[in-house]
Every structure is written in structure tokens, then in C-alpha cells.
Design a protein around this ligand. Structure first.
Ligand SMILES: Nc1ncnc2c1ncn2[C@@H]1O[C@H](COP(=O)(O)OP(=O)(O)OP(=O)(O)O)[C@@H](O)[C@H]1O
Ligand SMILES: [Mg+2]
Length: 248
């Protein structure tokens, strides 16, 4: 069974950035093959990783619902072929992008095919890494797989930490089984204040450590360079690796 790691947390705290750095860490430490799942409907993990996205699973679901199927092909066959084609294969990892959630109308047939496809797909990998949008609800959409490690990311703000606490509370009410829940603080400058330390103790997640604020990350982002390729001596990368050791 694949070991599944999923990221969650408030908007803009660095989930996608850390997801990218974790994938690099896993590759460098021999933890592969990896299937990367971008489950954020506003997907951008591919930019962090430096790969292009042509089709999302959501696009294919829409096509099937509209009945855009070539003559002489069954819907099922068509959708399966399309789904297979949507896997972005690189020499380092494979990536699937979930895309937009379903709109109005009946998607039952398409959803069944999608779920079957994902179930078959995850069987091919030792590790699954999932980047999520802010919040928690969508994790319950990923019905194909339980999560072994839920990595909740926060900054040192009260709102970020509150969101982390709420996510942890929500996680226990979902039908997805969560193996372990971790807290990682990102964008940290200097030492943590006593107030933050005290708050962390109340969240109920195992605190793994801090990833430091690094101007290089912002610079790469602004210049459209993949964060995945940040130099080895980046303070964010180094501190992130110390944290990732405890996850995988
Ligand atoms: N350790 C860091 N040091 C400096 N900048 C960072 C760090 N981590 C993330 N950032 C920057 O913060 C911004 C938000 O990061 P990111 O997109 O990873 O957050 P997110 O939680 O995935 O956001 P969203 O909720 O929109 O998906 C980006 O511009 C990123 O470059
Ligand atoms: Mg993100």
C-alpha cells in the first residue's frame, strides 16, 4: 500500500511550497516512485515543480458529462483513455491534477470512472503526496485513499494556528482515516514567542518544527522559477529537510 502524505492549512501559509520541497527531499532520500496529486482547484503545484499541465481530471469529467465522445468509442473507454493520458509523467515523479470540482447535474457515471481510475493508479506507487486547497472539506472528496500523514502547515499568526486547530478537529469527523497529524510552522523568522509555543501545545497535532522564511523562495516565485530547484544552501530548504526527516 502506498504511503500517503497530504498537506492542509490556511490559505497562503506555504502548503504548495512545502509540498514541492518534500517531493525533492523524498527523491534525494530514495523515497519513490511518487504520485503527486494536485487537489487544489486553483492548481499551481506544477509551477513549483516546473512542469506544464494540459488537462485536469475535472476537464475530462466535464467532457464525459457533455457527451463529447468520438463516434465508435464507448464513453467508458473514452474516459479511461483520456484519464490515462492526463497523467503527467516526468523522470522524477508522476503528477495528476484534479482541477475544478463538479458543477451542476449528474456526474455519477463520470465519478465512478474517476474513482476507479484513481484507485488503480495509486496502486502503482510507493508514495502519494497530495497538495490541497485551504481548508479541509475537499480531503473528504479524495475517497480513494486514507491519509497516513496529514501535514498541517501554519505561519506564526493566530489565524493560521486557529485554522490548524480547526482542521485537526474537522479531520476526526471525516470518513477519511488519518494515520498521524503533524503541525509544521512555515515562514518563521527568529525564535518562536512563548505565546506561539503555548498555542501550539493546544492544537493537538504533533509539532515537527519550523521552516524558516527565505527571500530566495519569494524571488524564485516572482521570477517564475520552480521553487523545486532552489539552491541547496537555502535556509528554507535546510530547515524543511530537518522537518521532513520526521515524516518520511
Ligand atoms: N519559507 C518561505 N519563505 C519565504 N516565502 C515563502 C515561504 N514559504 C512560502 N513562501 C511564499 O508564500 C507564498 C504562498 O505560498 P504557497 O503558495 O506555497 O502557499 P499555499 O498555502 O499553498 O497557498 P494557497 O492556500 O493559495 O494554496 C508564495 O509566494 C511563496 O513563495
Ligand atoms: Mg497552494
Amino acid at each position: 500500500m502506498a504511503y500517503t502524505i497530504a498537506f492542509s492549512g490556511k490559505g497562503g501559509v506555504g502548503k504548495t511550497t512545502l509540498c514541492g520541497l518534500l517531493i525533492r527531499y523524498m527523491l534525494e532520500t530514495g523515497k519513490h516512485p511518487i504520485l503527486v496529486v494536485d487537489a487544489d482547484s486553483n492548481y499551481n503545484l506544477n509551477e513549483v515543480l516546473g512542469v506544464e499541465v494540459e488537462t485536469t481530471l475535472g476537464d475530462i469529467r466535464e467532457q464525459m458529462k457533455r457527451g463529447d465522445v468520438p463516434i465508435g468509442m464507448t464513453k467508458d473507454r473514452f474516459m479511461d483513455t483520456k484519464l490515462e493520458e492526463s497523467i503527467i509523467e516526468t523522470d522524477k515523479f508522476d503528477l495528476v491534477v484534479m482541477g475544478r470540482p463538479e458543477g451542476q447535474g449528474c456526474y455519477c457515471a463520470a465519478n465512478t470512472l474517476l474513482t476507479n481510475f484513481l484507485t488503480r493508479l495509486v496502486g502503482n506507487y510507493d508514495y502519494i503526496v497530495i497538495d490541497n486547497e485551504a481548508g479541509m472539506e475537499h480531503i473528504s472528496r479524495l475517497t480513494t485513499k486514507d491519509v497516513d500523514a496529514l501535514v498541517v502547515v501554519s505561519d506564526t499568526s493566530k489565524r493560521g494556528l486557529q485554522a490548524a486547530k480547526r482542521i485537526n478537529e474537522l479531520a476526526s469527523s471525516l470518513h477519511v482515516v488519518i494515520g498521524r497529524g503533524y503541525l509544521v510552522l512555515n515562514n518563521v523568522e527568529g525564535e518562536l514567542s512563548d505565546a506561539v509555543k503555548k498555542y501550539i501545545d493546544n492544537i493537538g497535532l504533533e509539532f515537527l518544527g519550523c521552516v524558516m522564511k527565505d527571500p530566495l523562495i519569494q524571488e524564485y516565485d516572482m521570477e517564475g522559477k520552480p521553487t523545486f530547484e532552489i539552491p541547496e544552501d537555502s535556509v528554507a530548504l535546510k530547515s524543511a529537510y530537518e522537518v521532513f526527516k520526521k515524516i518520511v
